[in-house]
Design a protein around this ligand. Structure first.
Ligand code: NDP
Length: 315
């Protein structure tokens, strides 16, 4: 396919979470003149969290959205060209590398840093889609407030679900937690906190059969998978907290990935299977998924890209 190239850059960074902005800070300071496209959710997943207490340098903690504003400001101050826009396709078949933005213009780049992060997973029920935004949400911290004083349900059993159930228990009269197995995946300390919270009820061995309600969530019907018994619980909201998937769709066929879509990097580096293309942050990390590890890998990607550009003689 022949694309009309609208612009050519030395280093293109895709994504604006801790990985993308850290890559941008390092790349700018190394005079690589990076161009960063933010994607549809500038600031990434941290913009839908509240307090961040485990990012070093903030002894009193910081709100996730505020932290990302600071990351952006720092990248901008170093000279990164930051733009709102979404990478919609790539063509890595020849040099320069090519990335399409917003399904229209094509940017040519000597190096590309992929920091597109990960997104929440959904159950896949039609009612979940139909009532999304009308009581169905994948972010308790963003939307819990709207259901203050009400009863709500949450599905999932990992640390996210546990954390969100605890968050909701402080706002809502009752939290119904739907767990598909007879145990939780969440860390012991989080499980203990959930189980000790008097207004959280855990439904073990249960799956979500349907979310009910005409225009907004009115109840959830769950099925006990051991005896097939159906129970309908009146709730005003249904929160989905069943994990995340990497935002790597546009790179399929070009970049090597594992079976779940996480980009493979050469261990100890940010290098992908394509020379000049680097990956950092949650799109290549299904293990740690922390802001600080994402930032660290963004730094690695910028340093790897800088070395690559130097070796190839690009300026
Ligand atoms: P996880 O992948 O750890 O957990 C997902 C949970 O959702 C599992 O319990 C899984 O059940 C359940 N699940 C998946 N699909 C379905 C489905 N279709 N129906 C019902 N349940 C389903 O994701 P998290 O987002 O919770 O955590 C991701 C990572 O981030 C983890 O490593 C976690 O430790 C970390 N984290 C740490 C925090 C902290 O330290 N404060 C806070 C939040 C996350 P099953 O167990 O049966 O597979």
């Amino acid at each position: 396919m022949e694309q009309v190239i609208n612009e050519k850059v030395n280093c293109l960074i895709i994504g604006s979470g801790p990985a993308g902005y850290t890559a941008a800070i390092y790349a700018s300071r190394a005079n690589m003149k990076p161009l960063l496209y933010q994607g549809i959710q500038p600031g990434g997943q941290l913009t839908i969290t509240t307090e961040v207490e485990n990012y070093p340098g903030y002894p009193d903690g910081i709100q996730g959205p505020e932290m990302m504003v600071q990351f952006e400001k720092q990248a901008a101050r170093m000279g990164t060209d930051i733009r709102y826009g979404m990478a919609t396709a790539v063509d890595f078949s020849s040099r320069p590398l090519k990335v399409q933005i917003d399904e229209e213009k094509w940017i040519a780049a000597n190096s590309v840093i992929i920091s597109t992060g990960a997104s929440a997973k959904w159950l896949g029920l039609p009612s979940e889609q139909r009532l999304n935004g009308f009581g169905v949400s994948a972010c308790a911290v963003c939307d819990g407030f709207f259901f203050k004083g009400k009863e709500v349900a949450i599905v999932g059993a990992g640390d996210t679900a546990a954390e969100e159930a605890l968050y909701l228990s402080k706002l809502c009269t009752k939290v119904h937690m739907i767990v598909r197995r007879d145990q939780m995946r969440a860390s012991k300390v989080m499980q203990d906190r959930v189980l000790k919270t008097s207004n959280i009820t855990v439904y073990w061995n249960s799956e979500t059969d349907d979310i009910l309600g005409e225009k907004k969530v009115e109840s959830v019907r769950i099925k006990n998978i051991q005896n097939n018994e159906l129970t309908t619980i009146p709730v005003s909201a249904f929160f989905v907290a069943i994990g995340h998937e990497p935002n790597s769709g546009i790179f399929k066929g070009w970049i090597d990935m594992d079976e779940t879509g996480y980009i493979k990097t050469i261990p100890g580096t940010s290098k992908t299977n394509i020379e000049g293309v680097f990956a950092s942050g949650d799109v290549q990390d299904k293990t740690y998924r922390q802001a600080v590890t994402a930032a660290g890998s963004g730094c690695m990607a910028a340093l790897d890209a800088e070395r690559y550009l130097g070796e190839k003689g690009f300026h």
